[in-house]
Design a protein around this ligand. Structure first.
Ligand SMILES: NC(=O)c1ccc[n+]([C@@H]2O[C@H](COP(=O)([O-])OP(=O)(O)OC[C@H]3O[C@@H](n4cnc5c(N)ncnc54)[C@H](O)[C@@H]3O)[C@@H](O)[C@H]2O)c1
Length: 258
């Protein structure tokens, strides 16, 4: 991609404001870097925000509805506007259904589904005032296809796609566009931590464990880079993303083509 294509001015994001959740690590950090690089004011919300990271750090436990509302209020107060919300914070828990702790289910549904709902609800007036409001959820290929032992994650990711579809219909007349980005496996701490574990468990080299175990659902056996997800967010947030609303935006290395 030419540098002109990633030039912030061409995105026409400069001077606008965003709120990004899960901004201290992985995809959220890359999204915050990309949007601040394009000249946006970004509130970087996380459990443990990085004071040296991109954006303005804001600490919140987003499993609490009140904390989500507080983050939106903080963004509006700091920036006087809010044009883009990126609901990205997430966690995983892997267990068979009989052993799946109810508390883990509740935490995952709170963070992956209720948090985006409350963020959208609270940000709605500001997104309407923006005239080009965007609500972008980082969903997953697991919003479209299941894997065993991930009941809460798969259910919540399917749910957030339903939320994004509903909000697209509600926001249409106000110029608010909503999207659910659905990546396959992305090179983040969350995934990188699993490589040595899977290598040991399957008695494989780390390279083989990545390709044969973790990337098994991908048609193309390559990880996606966080910056590539961030680039899609910037595209959807800018004027070129105008026609994208109410739909999953799939970037899954061919996972769901099967
Ligand atoms: N990595 C992947 O392969 C992949 C693939 C598809 C979708 N996703 C989704 O992308 C999003 C980001 O994932 P990532 O891989 O960058 O993960 P990550 O673990 O690198 O980052 C997640 C961030 O969320 C924050 N967080 C966790 N619980 C929180 C809470 N209660 N309140 C506030 N912040 C909290 C963490 O502190 C962390 O900074 C998640 O929604 C994930 O489901 C990831």
């Amino acid at each position: 991609m030419s540098s002109a294509a990633v030039d912030g001015h061409r995105d026409r994001l400069e001077g606008k404001a965003a709120l990004v959740t899960g901004a201290a690590s992985g995809i959220g950090r890359a999204v915050t870097e990309r949007l601040t690089g394009a000249g946006m004011d970004v509130l970087a919300v996380d459990l443990r925000p990085d004071p040296d990271g991109p954006g303005i750090p804001y600490e919140a436990d987003l499993t609490s509805p009140e904390a989500n509302a507080g983050a939106v209020t903080a963004a509006r107060e700091r920036f006087g506007r809010l044009d883009v919300v990126v609901a990205n914070a997430g966690v995983q828990h892997v267990a068979p259904i009989e052993e799946f702790p109810v508390e883990k289910w509740q935490t995952i549904v709170s963070l992956l589904l209720t948090s985006p709902f409350v963020l959208a609800k609270e940000a709605w007036p500001a997104l309407r005032d923006s005239g080009s409001g965007r609500f972008i959820a980082i969903a997953s290929a697991h919003g479209l296809a299941a894997s065993p032992y991930k009941a809460a994650y798969v259910s919540a990711k399917h749910g957030v796609i339903g939320l994004v579809r509903t909000l697209a219909l509600e926001g249409a007349e106000a110029g608010i566009r909503t999207s659910a980005i659905c990546p396959g496996y992305v090179r983040t701490p969350l995934v990188e931590r699993q490589i040595p574990d899977q290598a040991r468990a399957h008695k494989l080299s780390e390279e083989d464990a990545l390709e044969q175990v973790i990337l098994a659902p991908h048609a193309v056996k390559e990880l996606i880079e966080p910056s590539e997800v961030a680039e899609v967010v910037a595209f959807l947030a800018g004027p070129a993303g105008r026609a994208f609303t109410g739909a999953p935006v799939i970037m899954d290395q061919g996972w769901t083509a099967r």
